[in-house]
Design a protein. Structure first.
Length: 501
């Protein structure tokens, strides 16, 4: 691709995206194809049309087609994987995204659609043959396609999860695609360069109407397609001679979305929640609740992405993965050490590791008072959940409860609390009972309480005893929800992990 062709392709994508986004926003608004506030997860003040992803997709297809036909790019051999893998995969994701945006899909069905798209991409030729980690060459062999599917699923979900604030995902996606375009040009990969600059231009044109206050949303259609394109270009532009860069560069390019997705996964798994559970602990929530506007949050995300993308570029042009790795580490350490994002999840991981180490120690011959352990962490918010928790821990032994786990998750109030308690003195028996109680407030789920114990009386008597224990919990829970917090705290700004024995 010549500089003139590249410039024309990028400029045409910007202009066409602006036109199509305006048309789709107006049409979808009139057709009521909109995202409505629900007072829980969707807290915007008014309804906003969906369909930004369709505008970007139509822009890319149009400009790529024109460039291939008029710019003489169609004969380049790099287009092979585009037709055999990317187009079928994109078609599947387009259907999944549209259905999810306008009808709604459960997490598992959306994941099935994503898996199908990732499989089509990998089978169509987009997969690594060899990767390198810390200088160690790893030949994937039969694992090449499974690894590519995993890589693609990660990219799709990373961009999907981070799309929760005006201009956030589209700003990050534009920076990433521009960087991929430069790398593709350096490799002479025409399809990768054309696709990257077309998507970057489409996202920048879309930002004209997505910048706060957003007049149209990207939707799952758009965010998932960004992840698909990023994974395709990253894989197809990798070469065996630069296997180290083939894995280090994509990780650096997608560092911010990867941080957010990994933190969400750790947070949910380590607090006993479903991986599909919604919360307001994402990176954009952290920035917004620290006082930044939506526009400022998007600018910060784009700036940090520029840092990691610069590391990716340096790694590519010097054939040294250290630049990509160092840029990623620098951003992560800065965010975690400044307690902006990621420090909560680090605390949870460290606690779990400490718990595993303690479990490996030899148990004392004689139980002591120190055998009662509990820990709690205020992931978000400032309501006095620990007061409720402390009372539960004190009363649990009186009701034959030996193990408790409490999760509070109220996204609309930015409240998230997790705690666990265990009485290791209690005798474990084969007929130990276990109960998981959903906690609700005015019909809406706000958390869950898990209990385990060994019955000292008949089964029904034990359950009555447990009910006596549970009776005041929801009353106290409702009281805390209805009480304004003493001092509002930014999400995950100062999570305090309390561990006691």
């Amino acid at each position: 691709m010549t500089p003139l062709t590249t410039t024309l392709l990028f400029g045409a994508s910007v202009l066409l995206a602006m036109v199509l986004t305006k048309i789709i926003a107006t049409a979808f608004g009139r057709l009521s194809l909109i995202d409505r506030p629900d007072g829980d997860r969707k807290l915007q003040t008014e309804s906003v049309p969906l369909g930004g992803g369709l505008a970007v997709a139509c822009t890319v297809v149009t400009t790529i087609s024109l460039a291939a036909l008029l710019g003489g790019l169609a004969s380049d051999p790099s287009w092979g994987g585009f037709f055999s893998g990317l187009l079928p995969a994109a078609a599947v994701l387009l259907v999944v995204g549209v259905v999810d945006d306008f009808v709604g899909l459960t997490g598992i069905y959306k994941l099935i659609g994503q898996f199908l798209a990732a499989t089509l991409l990998a089978v169509g030729g987009a997969h690594f043959e060899m990767i390198s980690l810390a200088g160690m060459q790893i030949h994937l062999g039969d694992l090449a396609i499974p690894f590519a599917i995993f890589f693609c699923l990660g990219a799709i979900n990373a961009f999907n999860l981070i799309d929760g604030s005006d201009a956030f995902a589209s700003s990050i996606g534009a920076v990433v695609c521009l960087t991929m375009g430069l790398i593709s040009l350096g490799q002479g990969h025409v399809a990768g360069a054309a696709l990257s600059f077309a998507v970057a231009g489409g996202l920048i044109g879309f930002l004209r109407y997505n910048f706060p206050p957003a007049k149209i949303y990207l939707g799952d259609t758009g965010s998932m397609l960004i992840g698909l394109v990023v994974s395709y270009v990253s894989i197809s532009c990798s070469v065996k001679e630069q296997a180290a860069v083939a894995i280090a560069v994509p990780v650096a390019l997608c560092a911010i979305p990867i941080f957010d997705a990994a933190a969400a996964l750790l947070r949910r798994v380590l607090t006993g929640q479903s991986v599909f559970a919604a919360d307001r602990g994402h990176f954009h929530h952290s920035l917004l609740l620290r006082g930044l506007s939506a526009g400022q949050a998007a600018a910060v995300a784009a700036l940090l992405t520029t840092v990691t993308c610069t590391g990716a570029l340096l790694s590519y042009y010097t054939n040294n993965e250290a630049f990509a790795i160092l840029s990623v580490l620098a951003v992560f350490v800065a965010l975690a050490s400044l307690r902006v994002f990621g420090h909560t999840e680090v605390s949870l991981v460290l606690h779990q590791l400490a718990k595993r180490v303690r479990s490996l120690r030899k148990a004392p011959a004689t139980p002591t008072a120190d055998d009662k352990t509990h820990h709690s962490i205020q992931l978000q918010g400032s309501r006095a959940w620990r007061d409720l928790w402390q009372g539960m821990c004190e009363q649990a032994p009186n009701h034959d409860v030996r193990c408790l786990r409490l999760t509070i998750n109220i996204p609309r109030l930015h409240e998230h609390f997790y705690a666990a308690w265990e009485d290791s003195q209690a005798v474990r028996t084969d007929n130990e009972w276990a109960i998981v109680v959903p906690l609700t407030y005015r019909g809406a789920a706000v958390g869950k309480l898990s209990l385990k114990g060994s019955p000292t009386a008949g089964g029904l008597d034990s359950m009555r005893d447990v009910l006596d224990f549970l009776e005041p919990v929801e009353q106290q829970l409702a009281s805390l929800i209805e009480t304004d917090p003493v001092a509002p705290q930014p999400v995950s700004a100062n999570p305090e992990l309390v561990t006691a024995t």
